[in-house]
Design a protein around this ligand. Structure first.
Ligand code: MUC
Length: 96
């Protein structure tokens, strides 16, 4: 199942630099692991914002939920999830 996820990150202004650097490094490592596994299919930066548009390809709502809950930056994110399905007019072979 495919999901479009928008993540907006809001870091508290009083978070110390070392904690933030560790959170970002852990988030990057997990994100890249999930991308390598094919579960996090795309990630795009929204120009000018600390936010991304991502496409996840996972087996269920529960699987997506578990991934989102596991993200180190999740406590500092506002998340918007949209389930996707193949459009009948699509000519792409890789979008389902
Ligand atoms: O930077 C972000 O958009 C937030 C988060 C998502 C993946 C990652 O490495 O960080």
């Amino acid at each position: 199942m495919l999901y479009h996820v928008r993540m907006d990150v809001v870091i508290p202004s009083d978070m110390d630099a070392e904690t933030l650097a560790k959170l970002k490094a852990d988030e990057k490592a997990l994100s890249q692991q999930l991308q390598a596994e094919g579960k996090w299919r795309h990630i795009w930066r929204l120009a000018g914002e600390y936010a991304n548009f991502s496409i996840f390809d996972v087996e269920s709502h529960e699987a997506l939920h578990d991934i989102m809950m596991s993200l180190p930056l999740y406590p500092y994110m506002q998340v918007d999830v949209t389930p996707l399905l193949r459009h009948p007019s699509s000519i792409r072979s890789d979008d389902s």
